[in-house]
Design a protein around this ligand. Structure first.
Ligand code: MF3
Ligand code: CO
Ligand code: CO
Length: 248
């Protein structure tokens, strides 16, 4: 069942999402060579707390940290650790913020120092693919339209689309109906209605799109060790388009 949120609920999600957005802005300056992913995790949690939110990844299905921080070939669910970031790394910072019972979900891929130009373009293209997906959202559009837009753009540029992981509905729970794959057919799937709230999150690969689960039973990484990039926003569907909830 896909729930339709009231004006009041959308406002609460916007508050949660705004803290998420601010925490992303705040953390960027700390993403430099030598910092550990655990230090970033701690700083984000402290920031979110100070702003009245909770990093709800902590304890979710037993997840042991406040944020997911995935480096280079890691696609998602990297566990913050004593791993030091190095010049040239790309790092995906993904976390949910809960406030007054409502969730938001946002991811950005950051550069550590100077990054290879081709990888840089790949990361910027992944962000563009998120907006390609968002652009087709409005009441009456189909779930498949979103994935089709993302996948068409990604493949045009020669990137892989990870198929094992999807976007999702979001609200009082981090993950709600529907699943939002990053591939699909135009016109296929459920119909979007104003008031649905969705987390859209393309995960692209610079090489092949196959992935495996690391030994920690959380982190997903590319089979061919190629770099992966990930961007995510939480949005509400409107009559004419969408509104960002994880924004200013
Ligand atoms: N934020 C992730 C998503 O985009 C979910 C993380 S769940 C966790 O759906 F347990 F790993 F934190
Ligand atoms: Co997320
Ligand atoms: Co998500």
């Amino acid at each position: 069942m896909i729930s339709i949120k009231s004006e009041r609920e959308i406002n609460l999600m916007k508050q949660a999402g705004h803290i998420n957005y601010l925490a992303h802005q705040y953390i960027e300056k700390f993403i430099v060579p030598g910092v550990t992913t655990l230090e970033l995790d701690k700083k984000i949690n402290e920031f979110v707390r100070r702003h009245g939110g909770i990093c709800s990844c902590f304890g979710f299905e037993g997840f042991p940290r406040y944020t997911c921080i995935s480096v280079n070939d890691e696609v998602v669910h990297g566990i913050p650790s004593k791993r030091k970031l190095k010049q040239g790394d790309i790092v995906k910072v993904d976390f949910t913020v809960r406030k007054d019972g409502y969730e938001s979900d946002m991811t950005k891929t950051y550069f550590v120092g100077k990054v290879d130009d081709n990888i840089k373009k790949f990361v910027l293209d992944t962000e563009k693919s998120l907006y390609e997906g968002l652009k087709v959202i409005k009441e009456g559009a189909k779930i498949g339209d979103i994935g089709n837009a993302i996948c068409t753009f990604a493949q045009k540029h020669g990137y892989g689309v990870v198929e094992e992981l999807c976007g999702h509905g979001i609200g009082t729970n981090m993950h709600e109906d529907p699943e939002v794959p990053n591939y699909g057919e135009k016109g296929a799937g459920k119909t979007l209605k104003a008031g649905m709230t969705l987390a859209i999150e393309p995960m692209l690969t610079y090489g092949e799109n196959g992935v495996y689960m690391k030994d920690n039973d959380w982190t997903i990484a590319t089979d061919d060790r190629s770099y992966s990039a990930h961007f995510e926003h939480t949005v509400v569907v409107t009559k004419t388009g969408y509104e960002l909830l994880t924004g200013e």
